[in-house]
Design a protein around this ligand. Structure first.
Ligand SMILES: [Zn+2]
Length: 77
């Protein structure tokens, strides 16, 4: 019987000894907030783009064409 009890204790695993307060919960979650994306102006087309990313409008990165530009269907039609 003793052996059975030990097995049960092992199967439970680690459990917190005390409940965390609402304040501590808030401290942990203080980094969960959303950040505003760091937008930079594209030197080619002067539109907003994410820094360290290729421009979604003209497809260039550091003055080099990295994504082939496709024509906008909405503009042509
Ligand atoms: Zn651009």
């Amino acid at each position: 019987m003793l052996c059975d009890d030990e097995d049960e204790e092992k199967s439970v695993g680690a459990l917190p000894k005390k409940r965390q307060t609402n304040s501590r919960q808030g401290f942990r979650r203080q980094h969960h907030k959303i950040k505003i994306p760091q937008l930079k102006i594209c030197p080619q087309c002067k539109q907003a783009r994410l820094s360290h990313h290729a421009c979604p409008n003209c497809g260039t990165y550091r003055g080099r064409q990295v994504i082939p530009v496709r024509e906008r269907r909405a503009a042509t039609e």
